[in-house]
Design a protein around this ligand. Structure first.
Ligand code: SF4
Ligand code: SF4
Length: 147
């Protein structure tokens, strides 16, 4: 795994730690925003971008949902879900909290930048790709799927 990949995983984890409390505090129907298509997109993204196979959980509606546990995909494997909150989706900001909104969009910018750099590494178009193992673009050592 490269340094950029680690930074990207950390950035998604930080985003998760920002968005999860928004849902925990305000959601009337938890996971009501979840959609089977979003799960399938995450499954495809995990495989194509990280070399990780996410197995269906057997949940009756959502392939990556597990009863009593929640979503089994790590935040970086389901990017669209990780950055999603109802307020950002509805208003484009968090009402009455400009600090949170500012941090959110700064982090999104960082994530987008890192996504581009990780993609460039993977495609071998960045000369100075950093790699702990000395193998540019090696994404086969993902931490493995949760679950
Ligand atoms: S994004 Fe909205 S609907 Fe989805 S879990 Fe969070 S608060 Fe609930
Ligand atoms: S990937 Fe996870 S968070 Fe996203 S829709 Fe599926 S169960 Fe919900």
């Amino acid at each position: 795994m490269t340094n950029k990949q680690k930074q990207l995983i950390d950035a998604y984890q930080e985003m998760h730690s920002m968005t999860l409390p928004e849902c925990e505090c305000t959601c009337r129907v938890p996971y009501s925003c979840c959609d089977p298509m979003a799960c399938e997109m995450a499954i495809r993204h995990a495989k194509e971008s990280w070399g990780i196979t996410l197995e269906h959980t057997g949940h009756p509606r959502l392939p990556l949902m597990e009863e009593g546990r929640g979503c089994i995909a790590e935040p970086h494997l389901r990017p669209n879900c990780t950055v999603h909150t109802c307020q950002i989706n509805s208003f484009g900001y968090k009402p009455n909290d400009p600090d949170w909104t500012g941090r959110y969009f700064l982090l999104r910018e960082q994530i987008e930048d890192l996504e581009m750099k990780v993609l460039a590494e993977r495609e071998g178009v960045e000369d100075d790709a950093e790699d702990d193992n000395g193998t540019p673009g090696d994404d086969s050592s993902g931490s493995g799927e949760e679950g």
